[in-house]
Design a protein. Structure first.
Length: 187
């Protein structure tokens, strides 16, 4: 069976092509950025830690890819940099190889998610990997689930992919697909 992280990539790969713009909202070590850069025309990747940009720059260089804009800013500023895109990915929580006290925060995560829902093209998709095991992870999990449950069903489909029999707090995946612009939802 696919792990949630692998399904997140497959879910986005289905809508990406050489004309697409994609967003990595949590660059970290650049694994997701590299994945998106291989499929999309242009990628915008965000992180608040310089270390993430250094790691990701190196990873992209080794792969010979130059279609990524690495942005040292919080994803809550996303719409200032990229108004329209086909796919977005979030890997919430902390960067394993860095300071584990630097974690994504519910308030800014929700701001970014809101901007992603607005910026997605119709037919576009967002994948959100949720980590609930660290301190604060449960609050962020609840905030994200609350947010996505309230997305209007005429405009978005939201799905959850989660193991049901695993002990502790396994990471899980929320998948969002945009069906139409929210303002058009009654028309
Ligand atoms: C779980 S890691 C991401 C892993 C990454 N996707 C990869 O492939 O290696 C979470 C990242 O989110 C970053 N982060 C925390 N708050 C952020 C924010 N407001 N905007 C963007 N990134 C943020 C952290 O610095 C950390 O690098």
């Amino acid at each position: 069976m696919k792990r949630p992280i692998h399904l997140s990539h497959d879910f986005l790969a289905e809508v990406l092509d050489g004309q697409s713009v994609a967003v990595d909202a949590t660059m970290g070590n650049g694994h997701d950025t590299l994945f998106l850069a291989r499929l999309a025309k242009q990628v915008y990747a965000f992180d608040i830690q310089e270390q993430a940009l250094t790691k990701t720059r190196q990873r992209l260089k080794e792969a010979g890819l130059d279609n990524v804009r690495l942005i040292l800013a919080g994803h809550e500023e996303l719409s200032r940099y990229v108004p329209r895109f086909k796919a977005a990915i979030f890997n919430l929580g902390y960067l394993p190889s860095a300071d584990k006290s630097v974690i994504t925060q519910p308030q800014t995560t929700l701001q970014a998610l809101d901007q992603v829902c607005q910026g997605l093209e119709v037919g576009g998709r967002a994948a959100v990997m949720i980590y609930q095991g660290h301190a604060g992870g449960d609050r962020e999990r609840d905030a994200v689930l609350d947010f996505v449950r309230q997305l209007p069903q005429q405009a978005f489909t939201v799905m959850l992919y989660k193991t049901l029999n695993q002990i502790n707090h396994p990471p899980f995946l929320v998948m969002i697909e945009k069906l139409k612009e929210e303002k058009d939802q009654n028309g």
